[in-house]
Design a protein around this ligand. Structure first.
Ligand code: ATP
Length: 212
């Protein structure tokens, strides 16, 4: 059996149960050996008034501390400049080898924006895509992605046979949770409790994050 690795990148500002539940369900459904959460570096303006890259990383570590199959990979934060996903996948390919099966996991909103990503057509030469449904998804799929889905999508996990290049759209437990909503609750003095782990909420309170 070759190594099967799932990669869930995100700003995680902050990480919440929408991310965590999706990660667990994808891991089980695809029988992954490991699932890596990869906090993205963001331009400085995105960090204010939210959390710094280091704080976002610490919250992801806290959220996953009790699950040894959810790994945190800080490769994008260790680079000197914000990196493109395609470069991260190239680095992971170099690390894991050509035989590994890589799955890049993205929410529907992120998938709709894919044609704007640097060298986006190369992503499928490096990994397969798992597209997660989101309850409030209202973006229209660009034509180019409709064509891509027609050519590359498979019906279920058993039809995923390649190490890269395939697309699976996955319905999982719908959780209408977003980091934007959590930040706006806190900024309005309201509680985001039970939308994210208590450990992460404790960190947010201790560090005074997302307050007006
Ligand atoms: P923000 O509201 O700040 O844009 P977010 O909640 O969308 O943040 P991100 O860190 O941007 O969180 O998301 C990382 C990845 O997880 C993206 O591919 C996104 O589509 C997906 N995702 C986030 N929340 C959910 C959710 N509730 N259900 C399914 N996928 C999700």
């Amino acid at each position: 059996m070759t190594l099967r690795v799932g990669l869930l990148g995100g700003t995680f500002d902050p990480i919440h149960f929408g991310h965590l539940r999706s990660a667990v369900e994808v891991r089980e459904y695809l029988a992954l050996d490991e699932l890596r959460l990869i906090p993205n570096a963001t331009p400085p303006h995105r960090d204010s008034p939210g959390a710094t890259a280091q704080q976002r990383l610490e919250m992801v570590c806290l959220a996953t501390a009790s699950d040894d199959q959810l790994l945190v990979d800080d490769c994008e934060l260790r680079r000197e400049r914000p990196s493109y996903t395609v470069e991260t996948l190239e680095a992971l390919r170099a690390e894991l080898g050509a035989e590994a099966t890589l799955f890049l996991i993205v929410g529907w909103d992120a998938f709709c924006g894919l044609p704007g990503w640097h060298r986006w057509e190369s992503l499928l030469e490096l990994a397969s895509l798992v597209v997660l449904q989101r309850p409030e998804q209202d973006q229209e799929l660009p034509e180019v992605l409709k064509d891509l889905l027609a050519a590359r999508s498979v019906g279920d996990a058993s039809a995923l046979t390649a190490t890269c290049g395939e697309i699976l759209c996955l319905a999982q437990t719908p959780l209408a949770i977003s980091a934007t909503h959590i930040r706006s609750l806190i900024s309005a003095g309201r509680s985001p409790r039970f939308l994210l782990p208590d450990s992460v909420l404790g960190y947010i309170e201790t560090n005074g994050l997302y307050r007006p």
